[in-house]
Design a binder for this molecule. Structure first.
Ligand code: ARG
Length: 269
């Protein structure tokens, strides 16, 4: 998993509106630093042996660098994101790219944060709701892809996308920040029979959970020594990178890459 990724670029990345608690128009990214930071993330994926495909950003879409919200893709089928109005103009670009690259493309009938709220883990689909994703999307996704949907709601807009609070390390292992999830959702996660790595406030606030793991190498932000140590202890290679500029838009490493190779869930016995 996570060996085939779609990234954009940071050429037009800026804070033009405020749609999450981290965005502040008076705190703009440094353009050169943002470009360098984004290129370093792409380079780290390539060094880990991943394929990085690219979609050029456009001036009218300042958040396009966060490709994770453009769609959720599984088994060559893509459900397009249905984001807040400020980001709607991005979606036709994803539509065109995915069509040109021969994916089957579906529109989301309700609000949907794409991969930001949809984490595939074996037969499970960890699916956020109540912030950027309408819960009615869950049946749509379950029907289309065949996963068991695990509905998870975060406690506040600080975790406006699930991929800031939960991460998939491999098919059997998740990392998460327990206080970010509502009690019932936390219970659902604990009942899955997966190994759960609990992350502390400091790591979670640094967006350390917004990582990409292919089961061998984990690409994540700097500044989360405890999570990176826990992952290294498990035999994983950890590559940690500076994400200072991306944080200004409320995102991290995982937000900048849309996974193209999620497999179909295993068939139930
Ligand atoms: N500024 C972007 C927004 O609010 C950040 C998106 C981050 N993406 C993510 N998958 N968490 O939409």
């Amino acid at each position: 998993m996570n060996r085939d990724l779609l990234m954009s670029d940071a050429a037009h990345f800026r804070i033009s509106y405020e749609i999450n608690p981290y965005m502040d128009r008076s705190c703009q990214p440094d353009s050169d630093a943002a470009l360098a930071e984004h290129e370093a993330i792409a380079a780290a994926h390539r060094s880990a042996g991943r394929t990085v495909r690219t979609m050029k950003s456009v001036p009218e879409c300042p958040d396009m660098v966060y490709t994770a919200n453009g769609a959720f893709i599984c088994d060559r089928r893509a459900v397009l994101g249905n984001p807040p109005a400020a980001r709607l103009e991005e979606i036709p670009y994803f539509h065109s790219w995915l069509k040109e690259n021969e994916f089957d493309v579906f529109d989301a009938p309700y609000a949907f944060s794409g991969q930001g709220d949809t984490l595939a883990c074996g037969r499970f689909l960890l699916a956020g709701y109540g912030r950027r994703t309408d819960r009615r999307m869950h049946d749509f996704l379950a029907e289309l892809f065949g996963h068991e949907v695990v509905a998870l709601r975060t406690v506040s807009e600080k975790w406006y996308d699930l991929d800031l609070a939960v991460s998939v390390i491999d098919e059997h292992t998740l990392a998460y920040y327990p206080p970010a999830l509502e009690t019932e959702s936390r219970g659902r996660l604990k009942d899955l029979g997966l190994e759960l790595i609990e992350v502390g406030a400091e790591d979670a606030q640094a967006f350390a959970l917004n990582l990409i793991s292919d089961g061998t190498t984990v690409t994540m932000t700097q500044g989360a020594p405890r999570l990176s140590a826990a992952l290294r202890e498990r035999g994983l290679t950890v590559v940690d990178l500076d994400t200072t500029e991306l944080r200004k838009g409320g995102g991290g490493v995982r937000c900048t890459a849309l996974t193209l190779d999620n497999p179909a869930p295993p068939r139930r016995q």
